[in-house]
Design a protein around this ligand. Structure first.
Ligand SMILES: *Cc1c(COP(=O)(O)O)cnc(C)c1O
Length: 762
């Protein structure tokens, strides 16, 4: 293994590399000092590390501005078809390094900061993650923005500027504790508020049907204030926009209501309106059904559609500026992609605009809506599906409920004509679920209101095709590793990445990890209200406490809990790992994205035939992954024949021993019954049937261990994996979405050469 570089050797390398952009270095230093002085209002005697980070961020940001303005100007003049990616989550992580990489400024900045006596990596570490997502769905949205800019698509990400992103996870006495993620506390140098584009969003009120048309009246208004963040493409001078809305109470909020307690109370109550964008719901793949969440979903949709319609109407047409008077050509110029059902209200909201404001017929409006919208499904787990109670809807969005009922009436009429007498089918396919409490099934609304529906991996698309009633276009996706340019063969300096990660781990634990044969890294997160998930976290820390101090185990094995998993930590863990565990019961993980990131970064995979693992095995060769366990067909058969966890427990002595130890307090000496609920669940009501895969998993781990002792064979497998991971680039996925869903041809030719090749900031 190569020896890691000393700091001095690193500096030398940096200096040499820095020469490439030497003409930039002195400008960067000048601008850094200018920002420190004029923007931060500091001199070097009193400046903090954070001031230096902000000075550097502002210096790099300056290089985006001209490109950003020119890109938007270019779109205005050429009037290409626009893609609107609507998502309640954009899990962006940090921005500084990504911007430097995409603008080819990293080496020059490294050299400039070095010459100023600063350590760029240390400054980068001050940046807060933009943690506006829970996991895969939000990170996918971030990767897609990156790819759309890199492919030169006229694309926009639209979402919510949560004041508090995903919570910070602390482990206290082995338990997860959540802290508020106050990521905006010191300001965000990457965003630009655009108060001039503020939009009203209406809630509550009632519907009046008058001879002149339908009116939604007596509403409460909340303003949506947009904040724009630049999204640079990879070295192509394109800078797209992510626009996130923040809720703002109107000046007269509550003031007309004299009975609410007067002026002071009215001002205090402004918080109620502004709470809409206060905090990200920390639920991954789980539907909670809170009114505030429904408000968030409508808030982003209503503000965004006003923007879309305004931009469509005022675009240039050839060389003349025209104002389009109606929306009949909207589907030719606009594609709206719904990231799961969270922004599903775009469908009834666009209908409302077309019917009530644009005065189109129902048939015409519905044709426009369905040709504009497309929907991506992210899971088949029932607990994740959005089903909003009708009472809630009726109160908050009465006009939208009317429209949904009419969509459903026509939808059921069509099905009844196609399948006369099939009442069960009508019940299954209805947008309205009957029961104690009537509910709107948002997935059904999306499927009916879209021209394309896709799942997130081939197996997932096949499963929804089989379970849903309507075969539409179904696609699958891949993911770009976190940030940065097109997939490149990663730097194969495993020692460096391991040492980097070990450095982080060492600051939190008693021992280093890079000398140990087996280190299991766990980085789970529990939704704050999910009791079982929190208990599983407690079990992992408890097992670590016992195993890591066991004299017999010694230094052969360590169990490490990495707290506060976020994009920035993922960027450290993934390149340092040898083995990626992707062990969901077949049919339960829609795709997974971590699996692809590990593959690209030189880890091997132990996994089931589930989600994207299936396609990874296809691309790299099944012999180059460690595949084990039941296939979807086996699981389905087990569902029919019954799953009996006790049978495995009674038959496999080591499994029995493990369960007995967990249940009996071996890992919780101070509270013997602490984990009995987990064991109870595994033995008596485990939906995921994990014991059925247990023996196959253990056998497969033995294969992994044997191969790991043969570095040559191991490395060969790694190379097959890296060579086969191209499909999982989000550039490939976005190209496919563009062609097959959005009706566009992605190509570098979309961007004129002179534009792509501009050297200096504009
Ligand atoms: C990729 C990623 C996820 C999602 O991982 P999956 O394996 O798809 O569940 C979650 N969080 C972070 C920080 C990630 O980078």
């Amino acid at each position: 293994m190569p020896k890691p570089l000393t700091d001095q050797e690193k500096r030398k390398q940096i200096s040499v590399r820095g020469l490439a952009g030497v003409e930039n270095v002195s400008d960067l230093k000048t601008n850094f000092n200018r920002h420190l002085h004029f923007t931060l209002v500091k001199d070097r005697n009193v400046a903090t590390k954070r001031d230096y980070y902000f000075a550097l961020a502002n210096t790099v940001r300056d290089h985006l501005v001209g490109r950003w303005i020119r890109t938007q100007q270019h779109y205005y003049e050429k009037d290409p078809k626009r893609v609107y990616y609507l998502s309640l989550e954009f899990y962006m992580g940090r921005t500084l390094q990504n911007t430097m990489v995409n603008l080819a400024l990293e080496n020059a900045c490294d050299e400039a900061t070095y010459q100023l006596g600063l350590d760029m990596e240390e400054l980068q570490d001050i940046e807060e993650d933009a943690g506006l997502g829970n996991g895969g769905l939000g990170r996918l949205a971030a990767c897609f923005l990156d790819s759309m800019a890199s492919l030169g698509l006229a694309a926009y990400g639209y979402g919510i500027r949560y004041e508090f992103g995903i919570f910070n996870q602390k482990i206290v006495n082995g338990w997860q504790v959540e802290e508020a993620d106050d990521w905006l506390r010191y300001g965000n140098p990457w965003e630009k508020a655009r108060p001039e584009y503020m939009r009203p969003v209406h809630f509550y009120g009632r519907v009046e049907h008058t001879p002149e048309g339908v009116k939604w009246v007596d509403t409460q208004v909340v303003l949506a204030l947009p904040y724009d963040t630049p999204v640079p493409g990879y070295r192509n001078n394109v800078v797209n926009t992510m626009r996130l809305w923040s809720a703002k109470a109107p000046c007269d909020f509550n003031l007309k209501d004299f009975n609410v307690g007067g002026y002071i109370q009215a001002v205090l109550d402004r918080n109620l309106a502004e709470n809409i964008s206060r905090v990200l719901y920390p639920n991954d793949n789980f539907f909670e059904g809170k009114e505030l969440r429904l408000k968030q979903e409508y808030f982003v949709v209503a503000a965004t559609l006003q923007d879309i319609v305004r931009r469509f109407k005022s675009s240039k047409f050839g060389s003349t500026e025209v104002v389009r008077v109606d929306l009949s050509t909207l589907p030719d110029k606009v594609a709206i992609q719904l990231n799961d059902t969270h922004p599903a209200l775009a469908i009834p909201e666009l209908m409302r605009i077309l019917l009530d404001t644009e005065h189109q017929t129902w048939e015409k409006a519905w044709d426009i809506v369905t040709r504009t919208c497309a929907y991506t499904n992210h899971t088949v787990l029932p607990e994740a599906l959005e089903r909003w109670p009708i009472d809630l809807f009726q109160n908050l969005l009465p006009r939208h409920l009317e429209i949904i009922f009419e969509i459903n009436r026509r939808h059921l009429e069509r099905i009844a004509n196609l399948y006369p007498g099939d009442h069960d089918r009508l019940r299954r396919m209805s947008l309205v679920e009957e029961g104690d409490q009537k509910k709107i099934n948002m997935a059904h609304l999306c499927i009916v209101g879209s021209h394309a529906v896709n799942g997130v991996a081939r197996i997932h698309s096949d499963i929804i095709k089989a379970t849903l009633y309507k075969k539409k276009l179904l696609f699958y996706f891949g993911v770009r590793l976190l940030r940065g340019g097109p997939p490149q063969v990663p730097e194969q300096d495993q020692w460096h990445h391991t040492a980097t990660l070990a450095g982080h781990v060492q600051s939190w634990t008693d021992f280093g990890i890079h000398v140990l044969p087996y280190v299991f890294l766990h980085f789970p997160q529990a939704a704050p209200g999910y009791h079982t998930a929190k208990l599983i976290i407690r079990l992992i820390t408890a097992v670590g406490d016992i195993v890591n101090h066991d004299e017999v185990v010694g230094d052969r094995l360590k169990v490490i809990f990495l707290e506060n998993y976020k994009v920035t930590l993922a960027e450290k863990i993934i390149p340092a790992s040898d083995l990626s565990e992707q062990i969901s019961t077949a049919g339960t993980e829609a795709s997974g994205t971590g699996n692809m990131k590990f593959m690209l970064n030189g880890a091997l995979t132990i996994g089931t035939m589930d989600g994207a693992n299936v396609e990874m095995a296809e691309e790299a060769g099944e012999e180059n992954l460690f595949i084990f366990g039941m296939r979807v067909d086996d699981v389905d058969a087990m569902d029919k024949n019954g799953y009996d966890a006790m049978e495995y427990y009674n038959r496999i002595p080591e499994l029995k021993l493990a369960m007995d130890q967990i249940a009996g307090g071996y890992f919780s000496p101070d509270q013997h019954d602490l984990f009995k609920d987990i064991v109870n669940m595994l033995l008596h009501h485990d939906r995921f049937k994990v014991f059925a895969d247990y023996e196959a998993y253990i056998k497969c781990q033995d294969k992994v261990s044997a191969l790991y002792k043969n570095p040559k064979e191991w490395t060969k497998m790694v190379i097959h994996n890296i060579a086969g991971c191209g499909k999982f680039s989000s550039d490939r996925t976005i190209s496919q979405y563009a062609r097959e869903i959005w009706g566009m041809e992605p190509s570098l030719e979309r961007i004129p050469k002179w534009f792509r090749n501009l050297k200096s900031p504009l």
